[in-house]
Design a binder for this molecule. Structure first.
Ligand SMILES: *Cc1c(COP(=O)(O)O)cnc(C)c1O
Length: 501
């Protein structure tokens, strides 16, 4: 249809046209998946390139799909950083798998608002079904019920809101944190390790606890929270009039995937009467693998746990799951049912709008249901196990190499390492500060060089003040061949830096 016809018409795109472009786009996506390596992993556009390519004013007349798709190829695709690329190793690598994408397509088509049961029973009940399956896959007891949110950040925010609701001296729901003139407000304190995700501090800001309401607990030599330090921080805070109320343990930290000792932390929480929230946004997926079950050891004693199927369980962004052992407290924190939303189904059914700040909800469980059914629990285990194997192989290569060293253990599929041309001297116990001089800059230059070349994409962190490269494996299309490419890219970048020096 021409742009002129389009402009005169009312209603939606005609069905014939939808079919034509729908098929065309599915073909486009299939080609893209077959060969994402044709694009640089990291987008090479400059700031403003995309904005400047677009008109300042909205299109006055409707345009043809040809024109839109043409612009998509010309303008949008170069501005994509290809998370689908098999050599995407930055942050945490993810996959929007094909079954997940088809499920997402359908949920866009149904376009339901899953705020309560009757506004689409299938959306509510498939959420219950898939989360019950997931709960079993990661070995949590039946006492945990799940809720889907968009991200782990929001899951943790809601968990901490529930923890705050559970503080008996307060009635935050009615009186706010300030008490609204009722009685002296208490000073709430939350504990998380120095390697906890920034979303925990953000949640504290949003919930009125303030950043000073979060106390950071030191970690051991393998970046795990030190329970003795947690206990003494709580003791010290109580003595100074703080009201400890919540501990966040991380099983699979973002920097190194270290796993906090949840059993020891749970002992402290039980003794002190504190809400225990486990952040397993990334590591929770690995717990489906029987030999990695230990990652969630003790989590059955937590009050809540977040994990992200959109991170390492092949579900397209976004889908995060909060499991809660005290779902009634979560509900109490958020539920308000205005008259126009009262229904005769009452308590017989679940209204997911009662478990968080948002009313409207997407039908996210559909794509998860597609993914779980298509791959099966065993298929997911095998795929995650393969990523872990590839990561171990890469870590072994680092370990035996003369020029590269590991910076943290590799319990899952993320390897922390750096170039260290003084590696052999280090082991002889020389002055390590002097030997380390210049290594941060060297590694920064190596990272910039390989990312700019566009064949792989790595990110970094700082560990004990040292710039550390991270290689995270999590994409279904990543094979040994791509790990070899990563090694070659790193080796040749290091060689060039050596020559320059
Ligand atoms: C990725 C991650 C998060 C944040 O996840 P979002 O879904 O992007 O909010 C939180 N915690 C940990 C440990 C993570 O790895």
């Amino acid at each position: 249809m021409s742009a002129q016809d389009n402009a005169k018409m009312l209603g939606d795109m005609p069905v014939e046209e939808f079919k034509k472009y729908g098929h065309q786009l599915i073909d486009w996506i299939a080609d893209y998946f077959e060969n994402p390596g044709q694009y640089p992993v990291l987008s090479q556009v400059k700031p403003g390139d995309i904005k400047n390519s677009q008109p300042d004013t909205p299109p006055q007349l409707g345009e043809s799909m040809e024109a839109i798709l043409d612009d998509m190829n010309r303008t949008v695709v170069p501005g994509i950083t290809h998370w689908n690329h098999p050599a995407f190793f930055a942050y945490f690598a993810i996959t929007g798998s094909a079954p997940g994408i088809l499920g997402e397509l359908l949920s866009a088509a149904f376009n339901v608002n899953a705020m309560m049961w009757r506004t689409s029973p299938a959306a509510t009940e498939l959420e219950e079904v898939t989360l019950n399956w997931l709960r079993q896959m990661i070995g949590l007891p039946e006492s945990f019920e799940g809720v889907v949110y968009d991200t782990a950040s929001i899951s943790s925010l809601c968990a901490i809101a529930a923890a705050r609701e559970a503080v008996s001296e307060l009635n935050v729901r009615a009186d706010g944190l300030a008490g609204n003139g009722k009685e002296m407000p208490v000073r709430l304190r939350l504990y998380a390790s120095e390697h906890a995700h920034s979303s925990i501090e953000k949640a504290a800001i949003t919930l009125g606890l303030g950043t000073s309401g979060v106390r950071t607990i030191g970690t051991d030599s393998e970046f795990r929270m030190d329970p003795a330090k947690l206990q003494s921080a709580i003791d010290e805070d109580r003595a100074q009039g703080w009201r400890p109320f919540c501990v966040v343990a991380t099983t699979g930290t973002t920097s190194t995937t270290s796993v906090d000792p949840v059993p020891a932390i749970a002992d402290i929480c039980e003794r002190e009467g504190l809400w225990l929230h486990v952040d397993a946004a990334y590591g929770g997926s690995a717990a489906v693998v029987p030999e990695l079950r230990w990652i969630l050891e003790g989590a059955e004693r937590a009050d809540s746990l977040v994990m992200n199927p959109h991170k390492w369980m092949f579900v397209p962004v976004d889908l995060s799951v909060l499991f809660c052992r005290r779902i009634d407290v979560l509900r109490q924190a958020f539920s308000i049912v205005p008259e126009y939303l009262r229904t005769s189904e009452g308590n017989e059914v679940k209204s997911y709008m009662d478990y968080g700040p948002q009313l409207g909800r997407r039908f996210r469980a559909l794509k998860f249901w597609f993914v779980l059914r298509y791959f099966g629990a065993d298929g997911i285990v095998d795929r995650i196990r393969q990523h872990i194997t590839l990561a171990k192989e890469f870590a072994d290569w680092v370990d035996v190499s003369n020029d590269w060293e590991l910076m943290a253990p590799t319990p899952m599929s993320t390897v922390c390492f750096r170039a260290n041309t003084n590696k052999s001297k280090h082991t002889e116990g020389a002055d390590s500060a002097a030997l380390d001089a210049g290594l941060d800059e060297l590694n920064e230059r190596i990272m910039e060089r390989v990312n700019k070349a566009g064949r792989i994409f790595l990110s970094h962190t700082k560990l004990n003040g040292k710039l550390t490269l991270r290689l995270a494996i999590g994409n279904l299309r990543t094979t040994r061949e791509h790990i070899d490419i990563a090694r070659n890219e790193l080796e040749s970048a290091l060689e060039r830096e050596k020559k320059k020096a």
